[in-house]
Design a protein around this ligand. Structure first.
Ligand code: GLC
Length: 642
């Protein structure tokens, strides 16, 4: 059962679509709330708090405070209260399980059993807010009710489930050709390469640097024939420059967010001074979405959206010193750790710009958390009109609701085992909020990735819908072929491609049925205390449980089996199966192998042949692993709109 209490006059965030009229609404007050405690709850000792999407911490969110205030802070650490997304949905899973969704685009703080207080508190900042509460039969049932009212998750084309290589620093077609050739040489499958900001003319959205990519249209086509899609980045800020068509059209139609004086707001990002499209206006969204034709006309079918918190280096109201500070912080992470103010955006800047929201001029700060998600919506709606098939889109900043238009990645993590663990917890909480198509920068964005870390991380990313290796300028190059014995990397990535018929089928079923693709163990085994407490294993689709190696220097790990399961060991070629009784076991996992488990009375379809890219994948040419039961495989052409 879902009820919604309405306080004041909340703006329509678009998070809830409730097509089936499942929610009962109640207007509580005409007045907006002052900064106040919207919700509080006393926890039992054994209650688990699940959710909150893209926040640091484990699957169980107890013991920390979290602040929804979308932030570009590239120094990911356990103490950071905010990341790039605002996903205000959580579940208290105890005797009377309860789901809570705080629908507000303003800042919201969640204190979850901080210092063992035993209390969950939600503080909203001067907000007009909708408070949804959901009761049901456990965490999984409540999540499915929530997924039902927020609408169907984004569905990308099949090729978006392949392996993708990316790096900030690929400058021209020669760099890209080299990546393709080197992957071919070591015979590792590859489906797409991301183009970071250097493909553009001076970082100007919807342009191409023609010196670097002289015949982009032919080039995109040529790569597609080789089974490689090119996926360019689009940033939130439009460069202020007469002659930049996007800028000129934006200015003459009033499509940009405004400053104190009512003119367009100036903020510096990668291209220098930019204006931000006022994504709150439907005309702006339609225009920005249609701008993609400049790239879809060249044959591109996939994109990533970045800097959409929005990230601001400095604005017309702040000082350039911010930028110098950030560069120093990036080069010296320990310097950034010491202060909380190292973010690429500031409260101060946000206080000085405005949007037209439902016909009223509103300060950015009050609607901040919605900005990034509305960029995803603008991009997704535009692409859906422009392409006669599915598109790939993943973005950095988001709000619930944006999951219907695109996926997300979890931003600028770094090369450490701690971040790999975080990736696992994120997958559980993001799935709860509808962001099924998600993943992290595999190998880590900042810092230097060791061979061991990349192999272990790939072995986990084998199961995440977005499987992209991405790294930052200035870090050690992270493509698989640069490491010793690339055949080990091939073995790990081969598993992804062999498993794709199952992974794709399970993703599609989850999306189409408004269900989760990855789940914490406690969702399926709610009466099993050990399963509920498990923080380092996940369920993937209906049939698979994974227990990846998440610690450095380990070649063994303990695995908890809540029921009898078949363990599958993949050595790059063969799948060896072995049955295990329920309970705790220890497994050996050499660096070049992957072990996963098939749940009792389930089976998994795998591709008979290893392909070089999904272009050659035949979803119908499969065999089975696991128990002797029926499996209904979802199959389609991988690209038609649904
Ligand atoms: C941001 C993005 C990162 C990208 C970089 C340059 O830091 O999060 O993925 O590589 O900008 O565009």
């Amino acid at each position: 059962m879902i009820s919604c209490q309405i306080f004041g006059n909340p703006i329509e965030t678009g998070a809830v679509v409730d097509e089936e009229h499942l929610v009962s609404y109640e207007k509580v007050s005409e007045e907006s709330l002052p900064e106040t405690r919207l919700f509080s709850y006393e926890l039992d000792q054994k209650d688990i708090v699940y959710g909150l999407g893209e926040t640091m911490g484990g699957i169980n969110k107890r013991g920390k405070s979290y602040v929804s205030y979308n932030t570009d802070d590239p120094h990911h650490r356990q103490s950071m209260p905010s990341m790039y997304g605002a996903h205000n949905f959580f579940i208290i899973d105890g005797k009377e399980p309860k789901g809570v969704f705080v629908d507000s685009p303003a800042r919201v703080t969640f204190h979850v059993d901080v210092n063992h207080s035993g209390v969950v508190e939600v503080i909203v900042e001067s907000a007009d807010v909708k408070l949804y509460t959901i009761s049901g039969d456990g965490a999984y049932d409540i999540t499915r009710q929530f997924l039902n009212i927020i609408g169907r998750s984004f569905i990308p084309p099949l090729w978006a489930f392949g392996y993708g290589q990316s790096r900030w620093g690929y400058k021209n077609h020669k760099d890209i050709d080299k990546v393709v050739a080197e992957y071919k040489k070591v015979d590792i499958p590859l489906d797409y390469i991301c183009l970071d900001i250097d493909y553009m003319d001076r970082y100007i959205d919807f342009t191409i640097n023609e010196k670097r990519f002289p015949n982009m249209k032919e080039y995109v086509e040529e790569k597609k024939k080789e089974g490689i899609h090119l996926v360019p980045i689009i940033d939130a800020g439009v460069k202020v420059e007469p002659g930049n068509e996007t800028y000129e059209v934006g200015i003459s139609n009033g499509y940009f967010a405004t400053n104190e004086e009512g003119g367009p707001f100036h903020a510096a990002v990668w291209p220098g001074m930019t204006h931000f499209p006022d994504f709150f206006q439907s005309a702006t969204r339609e225009w920005f979405g249609s701008e993609y034709h400049k790239l879809t006309d060249l044959g591109f079918e996939g994109f990533w959206n970045d800097m959409n918190e929005p990230s601001i280096f400095y604005s017309e109201y702040s000082h350039k010193q911010n930028k110098i500070d950030q560069i120093l912080d990036f080069l010296m992470p320990s310097r950034a750790e010491k202060k909380e103010g190292s973010k690429n955006n500031s409260y101060h800047d946000y206080k000085h710009f405005y949007h037209m929201v439902e016909g009223k001029r509103r300060n950015h700060h009050d609607v901040h958390n919605l900005f990034g998600g509305l960029m995803i919506r603008a991009s997704g709606e535009g692409l859906s009109k422009l392409l006669n098939k599915r598109y790939l889109l993943f973005a950095r900043s988001s709000y619930i609701g944006a999951h219907r238009y695109g996926g997300i990645w979890t931003g600028d993590n770094h090369s450490s085992f701690e971040m790999l663990q975080q990736n696992l917890s994120h997958m559980a909480s993001l799935n709860m909020c509808g962001f099924l198509y998600s993943g992290a920068d595999t190998g880590g964005f900042g810092g230097n990735c060791s061979r061991e870390l990349l192999l272990r991380w790939l072995a986990f990313s084998d199961f995440t819908p977005l499987m992209r290796n991405h790294s930052a300028l200035g870090t050690k190059k992270q493509e698989c072929y640069r490491y010793d014995q690339p055949e080990d990397f091939k073995r790990i990535i081969a598993l992804r491609y062999r498993l794709l018929p199952y992974l794709y089928s399970e993703f599609m079923k989850a999306a189409l049925n408004k269900d989760m693709y990855m789940k914490p163990l406690g969702f399926i085994y709610p009466n099993d205390e050990k399963a509920r407490a498990c923080e380092d294993q996940l369920l993937v689709g209906e049939g698979i449980m994974i227990a990846p190696i998440l610690e450095e220097g380990r070649t063994k790990r303990k695995v908890y089996l809540p029921e009898e399961m078949i363990g599958v060991r993949f050595d790059g070629d063969h799948f060896a199966e072995k049955k295990f009784a329920a309970g705790e076991i220890e497994i050996d996992v050499p660096l070049n192998e992957v072990v996963f488990f098939i749940r009792k009375d389930h089976k998994v379809c795998i591709a008979n042949k290893l392909v070089k890219s999904t272009k050659d994948l035949n979803l119908r040419d499969v065999k089975y692993l696991g128990y002797d039961v029926e499996y209904e495989q979802y199959k389609d052409d991988g690209e038609s709109k649904l």
